[in-house]
Design a protein around this ligand. Structure first.
Ligand SMILES: [Zn+2]
Length: 204
């Protein structure tokens, strides 16, 4: 069982002048599928903004998913090691429990059928994922925060306020959506309003 990103966690907090965040239902939804945290054997992080790493800790100093390999881009991990940032991973509940367990992406797929695509720009080590169905060859592209709104699908040069490097972010948005445009491509983006999944309609 693989999870891509760990949502907000069981928290409610506000980033001044940005947004109010309410925690999600990850554990409840896993339970509804008959799964427990022990069943998760791989956690892949697109990046380490606070709203993507929320369920990392079990609240008692350990990992919520103790049997899982936790994998992130090494540049991303290094970036968040110095100091505390209100939108970055909480040092106590995320970085500390992850430190003895974290591993980094290599040139090899993190697991068969999933490719990690380096897409820095939104953050220094942002990663998107391409998942291929072995029976149909259909592809699912998990964007992470490479794209924040549906409007950016048609305006790939539009920047999001929290992009770390706007030029790189725009380059990778374009590359991501054109890289696979010759094949069936389902995209997933957790920040799109009204639904996470859709089909890319970007033309070349
Ligand atoms: Zn982000």
């Amino acid at each position: 069982m693989t999870l891509v990103d760990l949502g907000l966690g069981e928290v409610h907090f506000e980033v001044p002048a940005a947004a109010t965040y309410n925690g999600g239902q990850l554990l409840t939804n896993l339970r509804a599928e008959g799964l427990s945290p022990d069943d998760v054997d791989l956690v892949l992080f697109t990046h380490m903004h606070r709203d993507h790493v929320g369920w990392t800790s079990d609240g008692a100093g350990g990992l919520m998913f103790p049997n899982a390999r936790h994998v992130v881009d090494q540049k991303e991990w290094n970036h968040w090691q110095s100091g505390s940032d209100p939108v970055g991973p909480d040092p106590k509940t995320v970085l500390t429990p992850l430190t003895p367990a974290v591993t980094f992406f290599t040139a090899l797929p993190p697991t068969p059928g999933i490719q990690a695509l380096p897409t820095p720009g939104h953050t220094p080590g942002h990663t998107s994922f391409l998942i291929t169905d072995p029976t149909t060859d259909e592809n699912l592209l998990i964007l992470g925060d490479a794209i924040h709104t549906r409007a950016q699908l048609e305006n790939l040069d539009w920047v999001f306020r929290s992009d770390y490097d706007t030029r790189l972010a725009a380059e990778h948005r374009t590359d991501l959506l054109h890289r696979r445009s010759g094949s069936e491509l389902i995209i997933a983006d957790s920040h799109f309003s009204g639904g996470v999944f859709g089909r890319s309609g970007v033309s070349r």
